[in-house]
Design a protein. Structure first.
Ligand code: ADP
Ligand code: MG
Length: 211
């Protein structure tokens, strides 16, 4: 049995065409089904639906052989035991620093101000500001980062931006790019050794579909 861990929404939707190219189709749509284990047209392949930030954990422990996880999630966690063979080039966005429209970020940085930064990506933010020599107090949030500067919780946020629509709707502006982000295929290293016969053709099919 080969188990593939995916998260609902964008990653699932954008991985479907790649699965199809590898000859794998699901009977159910996690958008409407409440099932967490989806069977496929291939008896030896199943898909499990987990929270985006939990995908590496399932693959690290071998509960899933393969998974699709955003680079944002992979950068934020310790990814020992994982092989990252392929950038799938899906769920593309950018990790950015954003501030309220009226806030002069460059000036604050120049003047060595201590910034309060709210984010779900504490590790990524810590490394980014440390490399720039900017002093920050990091505030961990789990969602809706855009709200934090509007109610005085933080001066700035670190978050994923694609169209910029959410920032704009909340009178925020992106001021710095930290890194481009896309989803990666991840593979359990032990599973790849033990089940190479079944896993390698999938990796090859994904690679062809991406190219
Ligand atoms: P959750 O709500 O479980 O925290 P999301 O569904 O918001 O996760 O995001 C799941 C993954 O999709 C993220 O880890 C990231 O890689 C990607 N992603 C998030 N936001 C965007 C975006 N605006 N554009 C493209 N990809 C995104
Ligand atoms: Mg979300």
């Amino acid at each position: 049995m080969i188990t593939i861990a995916l998260s609902k929404g964008r990653i699932f939707d954008e991985t479907l065409p790649l699965l199809k190219a590898a000859g794998i189709r699901t009977a159910e749509d996690p958008g409407t089904s409440r099932k967490l284990i989806l069977q496929t047209n291939r008896r030896e392949v199943r898909i499990i639906i987990v929270r985006a930030s939990d995908v590496p954990t399932y693959v690290q422990y071998g509960a899933a052989d393969l998974g699709v996880a955003g680079k944002d999630v992979l950068d934020e966690q310790d990814c020992g035991g994982l092989y990252q063979p392929l950038d799938l080039n899906i769920a593309r966005c950018r990790m950015m620093v954003a501030v309220p429209n009226g806030f002069d970020y460059q000036r604050a940085v120049r003047h060595g101000a201590r910034l309060r930064v709210a984010t779900k990506y504490v590790q990524t933010a810590r490394e980014h500001f440390a490399a720039k020599g900017v002093h920050v107090d990091l505030i961990k949030l789990y969602g809706s980062m855009e709200l934090a500067p509007l109610v005085g919780l933080a001066d700035a946020i670190v978050d994923l931006v694609s169209s910029g629509g959410t920032l704009k709707a909340n009178n925020l502006k992106a001021v710095e790019e930290i890194a481009p982000v896309s989803a990666r295929l991840i593979v359990n290293q032990a599973a790849l050794k033990l089940k190479r016969g079944a896993i390698q053709p999938l990796l090859d099919a994904f690679a062809r579909a991406v190219a």
